[in-house]
Structure formats: structure tokens, C-alpha cells
Write a protein that binds this ligand. Structure first.
Ligand SMILES: [Mn+2]
Length: 372
């Protein structure tokens, strides 16, 4: 028996102010879709007995029609090949209010799809395999009440569990989502004897025990994910084998941080130039500058930095300021915002409105915010 474990595909996620040249849509939204389509292509090559999706199929509770349509098309390619697809709702796609309804009611209409989204433990058979599914449940107590019901049934040849939860004590998990509505459990709380446990929620491919894994996400959603491979898992039960399939996705770079303590703006600029002497084309890039004083920050040549990072899809400087009060720091931020706003208005074509007036109004609002 061979199956696929995939998770955290976050269809509909958008980020940064960059659009796909072909379609004009948000570039990251397009990237996320490409990663999922790539995964489906590979799954069809592998031709597994079934596919398990451990949650966060969509990024939001109310995905756009576009996102729903895309997901349905891609999932239909899998089920159309006669491969059953089972999916549980994660914390990103489970509505907090029942009246909202669930997008999984729509998804489950696809022939060959079984969606678990009713905030309770349920099972489903695939031949000799019993799938034990536990979607995201609001409220830690209720989650645990459902978790204790999840036990292997020896009337079946194989028992496979799927759930969407954080795991206590997982070292890497500390650096994870910190989302308010996540479920959390200990590995000792899950019944013994499952042939495999397919976890979702944590975005890095991680083994929890010999037969329990997070497949991780299919794309990188934040700088926490720098350096992580993204993909999905192929599982063979006999002999037990786990194979991670890495997807080709957009590079994300965290450049070597600069310590600006005691350095002048020109010296810092020199270091920035050196950091940027690397291939950032099409990449998502962050540069951390530690202990920069508000004055030196103000004196950085922003235009020069923009020119250097022009090839990157997204470039951000993350500053950790040293001296100066909090007010100074917010002044710097607001001043650079005013500058960015002015730049933006100047290069934007505006009809029927006076640019200078808009710039003036923007400045006024920002200085009022600074006073507050
Ligand atoms: Mn997720």
C-alpha cells in the first residue's frame, strides 16, 4: 500500500505588493497555486492508492471563488484518476461560527473526496484501511475529548490517523505559528498501534516518531521558513518507508545580518552593498540590521537600496534600533512612511486629483498619528 500525505497548502494566501506579469494577480497567490499544481502532477506520476490532506487546504475560512475553483479543479485531477482524496479542516479553514458554513461542504461534493470538518472524530474506509480523521476543534478541552476516541480498530488491516494540531515538546514548534486558535497535544495522548499518523499544522517536514510525521507546507509563508524544503510525503507501509518529495519553489533569502552599532550611514551602506552582491533575482529577501540608530537609519540611501534590490520579488529591511526612545523610533518609521507615500503618489497616475494636495494630506495624517 502506497499513499500520499500532504498538508498546509494555504490556497488563497497572498503577500507582498508584486503581481504576476502574465495574469496581473498577486504573485505569491500564483506561486502557492503553482506549488499545489506541481504536487498534483507528481502525485499523478506516483499513482498512490489514496491521498491524505492534513488541513489548511485554504488559507482562509472564506476562500475566494477563484481559490475554490482552483482547488476543485486540481483535486478533481486526482480523484478523476481513481485516487480517493481525504481532507480535514485545519485551524485556518474552520469557521468559528456555525452560521458561516464550511467550504468543505462544497469540496465534499466532488466524487472521490471525503472531507472531515464537523469538529469531531470520524472514520472512513478505503478497502482494508480505516482512516481516523480529527479536524481542528475549537476549544482545547473538546479537542482532547475527541482525541481519546481515536483508537486503532483491529478488524481492519491498517489504521491510519490524520489530525491538525501542534505537538508539545517539539523543539522546533516553539518557532512555529503561535496562532491563537491552534490545537495542542502531547504525543502520549494519541493511541498506540497506528500504522501511520499524518499531522498537519506545523509547516516544516518533521518526524515525530517512527510512524508519525508533519509533511510540512507546500510553500514558504514567512521568514520563519527560510532554509526549509517544502513538499509532501509518499508513504509505503510494507516495508515501512517515508519518502519526502521536494517541490521547486521561489527562493527566500535571509541575508547575513548587519550589526550597525557605532557605524555611520555610509559604512552601513557599504555593508548593504556587500550583502546585496548575491543573486536575489526573483527572490523574497530580508536584511536584518541590528542596533542601528534612528539618525543613521534616516541617512541611509533608500533610493540606492531600492535600485540594488530591484530584481528581487520582495525586499525588506528589518531594523532593530538601539538608542533613542520608542517615540524616536516611531518617528523614523512614520517619516519613512511619509517618504514612501510621497514616492508612491509621484509615480502613480492620478486623474482628476491634485498630487500635491494628496501628498500634503497624507503627511498631515501621518504626523497626527505620530503625535498620538
Ligand atoms: Mn497551516
Amino acid at each position: 500500500m502506497r499513499f500520499i500525505h500532504i498538508s498546509d497548502t494555504h490556497i488563497g494566501y497572498r503577500a507582498y505588493n508584486a503581481s504576476d506579469p502574465k495574469t496581473g494577480r498577486n504573485q505569491r497567490e500564483v506561486d502557492i497555486e503553482r506549488a499545489f499544481r506541481q504536487a498534483v502532477d507528481r502525485i499523478l506520476d506516483i499513482c498512490p492508492d489514496f491521498v491524505l490532506h492534513s488541513g489548511d487546504l485554504f488559507h482562509t475560512v472564506r476562500p475566494s471563488n477563484r481559490a475554490i475553483g482552483f482547488a476543485m479543479e486540481e483535486i478533481s485531477r486526482i480523484t478523476g484518476a481513481g485516487i480517493p482524496f481525504m481532507v480535514i479542516a485545519g485551524n485556518h479553514s474552520a469557521p468559528k461560527m456555525r452560521e458561516t458554513g464550511s467550504v468543505f461542504r462544497i469540496i465534499s461534493k466532488i466524487e472521490g473526496v471525503r472531507a472531515f470538518y464537523r469538529e469531531k472524530y470520524e472514520t472512513a474506509e478505503i478497502g482494508d484501511v480505516l482512516i481516523h480523521a480529527l479536524p481542528h476543534v475549537h476549544g482545547g478541552e473538546r479537542f482532547k475529548d475527541e482525541l481519546v476516541k481515536m483508537l486503532p480498530n483491529r478488524d481492519y488491516g491498517y489504521n491510519i490517523a490524520m489530525l491538525h494540531s501542534g505537538v508539545e515538546g517539539l523543539r522546533a514548534f516553539r518557532y512555529s505559528t503561535g496562532e491563537a486558535n491552534e490545537d495542542l497535544m502531547g504525543m502520549h495522548e494519541i493511541g498506540d498501534g497506528f500504522d501511520y499518523i499524518a499531522f498537519g499544522h506545523y509547516h516544516e517536514f518533521t518526524g515525530l516518531s517512527e510512524r508519525a510525521y508533519y509533511s510540512g507546507a507546500t510553500e514558504r509563508l514567512s521568514f520563519n521558513d527560510v532554509g526549509q524544503k517544502k513538499g509532501f510525503i509518499e508513504v509505503i507501509i510494507e516495508p515501512f518507508t517515508v519518502k519526502f518529495h521536494e517541490l521547486r519553489i521561489r527562493p527566500m533569502l535571509d541575508l547575513e545580518p548587519i550589526n550597525a552599532k557605532g557605524k555611520s550611514a555610509p559604512q552601513i551602506m557599504e555593508e548593504i552593498e556587500r550583502r546585496m552582491d548575491t543573486d536575489t533575482d526573483g527572490a523574497i529577501v530580508r536584511l536584518l540590521i541590528r542596533e542601528i540608530s534612528p539618525t543613521e537609519y534616516r541617512n541611509l540611501d533608500i533610493r540606492r537600496i531600492r535600485a540594488m534590490s530591484a530584481g528581487a520579488l520582495h525586499f525588506e529591511i528589518d531594523t532593530r534600533m538601539s538608542s533613542g526612545t520608542a517615540a524616536d523610533i516611531s518617528m523614523v518609521t512614520l517619516q519613512s512612511m511619509a517618504r514612501d507615500f510621497e514616492d508612491f503618489i509621484r509615480r502613480t497616475s492620478i486623474e482628476g486629483l491634485e498630487k500635491e494636495r494628496i501628498i500634503e494630506m497624507g503627511r498631515e495624517y501621518l504626523s497626527r498619528a505620530a503625535e498620538d
